[in-house]
Design a binder for this molecule. Structure first.
Ligand SMILES: C[S@@+](CC[C@H](N)C(=O)[O-])C[C@H]1O[C@@H](n2cnc3c(N)ncnc32)[C@H](O)[C@@H]1O
Length: 244
């Protein structure tokens, strides 16, 4: 059984509460994708969520088909609805699967995975990087990011952060507890408020494999890619030499 329903409860909140992170991340992703060649194949996005990365991909790699894998049915609904009004949205095929279940096309022009690498177990990641490396044209970018914690340590809840939509404020906070030497369990708590009074609450929990940017870059290098770390972003490029 998979755990892909874990994000469903966060569907009314994720887009609103993620927008601010993309103010800085959006241009950095666009820079990393700048050299991607739309003629080289499809762009694959892993864990597309509500499509905040998808819209940047569409703008950065014009004309390329995009495969957006999103395993949560609730988030897929948000994504598909947003694509209908998005410039270039018709180029996106939404795949109802997790990263390891994507039926990879023969060639990939780029791969993007934002705020999702921790959902992949170490063995799953390593196999995926190898499969991706074999399909990338030389220079084609793989753009991933990492999130704290880097090690399996507890993360205390931060003060709830809220975004207003109409008359209501949607807010969220989260905390994590270690569950093993390389993993934590996140507990996200959300609330909808009207004039400071809670009108709805939701909670989402999921496991998360911890990883540093340097550790992720080392995995990608091991898979045959040329990797660079830029803060929380790891950009790896196809070498054109598939591993045997
Ligand atoms: C924190 S959200 C990030 C969404 C989006 N990439 C963004 O940055 O706004 C993590 C996403 O990863 C998805 N996810 C969970 N497990 C996954 C898996 N095994 N493979 C791919 N995506 C997964 C979740 O459904 C969710 O959409």
């Amino acid at each position: 059984m998979n755990h892909y329903g874990e994000y469903d409860a966060s569907a009314p909140y994720l887009h609103l509460l993620s927008e601010s992170a993309w103010v800085d991340l959006g241009p950095r992703l666009a820079d990393a994708l700048a050299g991607a060649d739309p003629a080289a194949g499809a762009v694959l996005e892993l864990g597309a969520g509500s499509g905040l990365g998808t819209e940047r991909i569409l703008a950065a790699v014009p004309d390329s088909p995009v495969l957006a894998a999103e395993p949560s049915a609730a988030l897929r609904a948000v994504l598909i609805a947003r694509l209908r009004g998005m410039t270039g949205g018709e180029r996106v095929t939404v795949l109802p699967v997790g990263a390891a279940e994507v039926d990879l096309p023969e060639r990939l022009a780029a791969v993007v995975g934002m705020h999702m690498v921790g959902h992949l177990a170490p063995d799953t990641r390593r196999a995926l990087w190898r499969d991706i490396a074999a399909r990338l044209t030389p220079g084609a970018p793989v753009v991933l990011n990492v999130q704290p914690p880097e090690t399996a340590t507890a993360v205390p809840a931060w003060p709830p952060f809220g975004v207003r939509q109409g008359a209501l404020t949607y807010q969220g906070t989260g905390s994590a507890e270690p569950t093993g030497p390389e993993s934590v369990r996140w507990r996200m708590q959300y609330a909808t408020l009207r004039d400071g009074v809670v009108v709805e609450e939701a909670e989402a929990e999921y496991g998360w494999w911890v990883l540093s940017a340097a550790g992720l870059a080392a995995e990608l290098t091991e898979a045959g890619l040329h990797s660079e770390v830029n803060g929380d972003l790891v950009v790896a490029r196809g070498s054109g030499k598939p591993l045997s």
